[in-house]
Design a protein around this ligand. Structure first.
Ligand SMILES: [Zn+2]
Length: 398
């Protein structure tokens, strides 16, 4: 099947910066990009008139915790009234409460609620999403979540990348015993069942130490997992340096990471991933060094970190706005972060993340005439179509 997206005001190719083409078209054949530029239509072609619209590669959300049970609005209410996140966590709230509610939920319940969330993602222009487990904390429960992700991957219109996240230490278990369980049982089982592409760990003062994280990730590497790390969110424990040492595909959060850590990540080819929705939700003052990333030419990815505790934002265009407003990112860098560098953070840039001949035909078409309006129209939903592999998966006035 062929489709022509005709005469867009702007096409953001993401090749050499944003790579803006004005008044240009894209031809799609068999789910792939066939031609970009000036193209004439013929009668057999399905045409989308994109006059007055911006065409962008489908958004890549490279960090989410989309599968979980229950919700945490009570905790949200406490937090906004001034109770600190650390205090809530110590009192059994935070991740532990989602762990309890995820244990209580059946696979079907988890599947149905996550599928609804995926539809919302598509509505806001996301075409590829990473989903982490991590609310299980036991072999049986982590495998349960990862099986749900596998079902979603099979049934959803979006591309889904599954990650096994070593998230926290379960109650009534010694740290050392839990790390042994992760290394000796959970990682080998997840690998054997081929339920995850990446292994990730919450390396922070609220969770695992740098040494524990290194032990777990080194073992995951032996089983063939790509590596990710939640690093330096609540303090600098040199998580980003560890990412560089282990050549992680990405290091995520990075609020407390230093200039030295940025240099180390750049040298090692780690994609730094920033999560401004969390900064907003948790009212963090500490922000990642966006000016340093720009100066040292170490471009970051942006992701939602969608999760029930610290960010309930589905929309990548909103994440782009927040990166600009809260972090002071340049609009161009933020848009690249939500597409090209998101794809790199998942090791998928050879297939997605730019409008390049031969790549997958994943697009978001915005109902606005220039790209600066994407973050500027913060309160408005400006997505007109989301297209996955050449098929409209969400559309307004179609
Ligand atoms: Zn996270």
């Amino acid at each position: 099947m062929t489709m022509l997206i005709r005469n867009a005001s702007e096409i953001l190719t993401m090749n050499a910066g944003l790579g803006v083409l004005k008044n240009a078209s894209v031809l799609i054949e068999n789910g792939k990009i066939k031609k970009v530029g000036e193209i004439k239509s013929d009668k057999r072609t399905n045409v989308i008139n994109a006059k007055g619209c911006v065409v962008c590669p489908g958004m890549v959300d490279s960090h989410t915790h989309l599968v979980y049970g229950g919700s945490r609005e009570d905790e949200f209410a406490l937090r906004v009234s001034g109770v600190k996140y650390e205090k809530i966590t110590k009192a059994g709230g935070g991740i532990a409460s989602t762990v309890r509610m995820t244990h209580q939920a059946t696979e079907d319940i988890l599947y149905r609620s996550a599928m609804k969330r995926l539809k919302n993602l598509a509505k806001h222009g996301t075409t590829t999403v990473e989903i982490k487990s991590g609310y299980g904390l036991s072999t049986v429960e982590e495998m349960k979540t990862l099986r749900v992700i596998k079902r979603l991957k099979k049934d959803s219109e979006l591309d889904i990348v599954p990650t096994y996240l070593v998230h926290n230490i379960p109650d009534q278990m010694r740290r050392r015993d839990y790390i042994d369980l992760v290394i000796e049982e959970i990682i080998p089982k997840v690998a054997r069942a081929k339920l995850a592409v990446f292994c990730d760990i919450f390396c922070d003062k609220l969770a695992f130490t740098r040494r524990e994280s290194e032990k777990v990730l080194s073992s995951a590497k032996k089983y063939g997992f790509g590596l990710k790390i939640h690093a330096d969110q609540f303090g600098d424990i040199h998580g980003a340096y560890l990412a560089a040492k282990l050549k992680c595909v990405s290091a995520d959060h990075l609020e407390y990471s230093t200039t030295g850590a940025v240099r180390a990540m750049k040298k090692a080819g780690v994609i730094p991933t920033l999560l401004p929705g969390v900064t907003l939700f948790l009212q963090f003052r500490k922000k990642p060094l966006v000016k340093t990333y720009r100066k040292l030419r170490c471009p970051p990815a942006l992701a939602s970190d969608y999760n029930p505790g610290s960010c309930m934002i589905y929309s990548m265009p909103k994440i782009v706005s927040l990166a600009c407003i809260i972090y002071g990112m340049h609009v161009e860098d933020a848009l690249l972060g939500a597409t090209k560098y998101g794809a790199k953070a998942l090791g998928l840039f050879n297939r997605i993340g730019s409008i390049t001949v031969g790549k997958q035909a994943d697009f978001v078409i915005f109902n606005i005439d220039n790209y600066k309006k994407i973050p500027y129209y913060f309160g408005e939903d400006v997505v007109r179509y989301t297209i996955k592999k050449g098929r409209i998966i969400y559309g307004k006035n179609s």
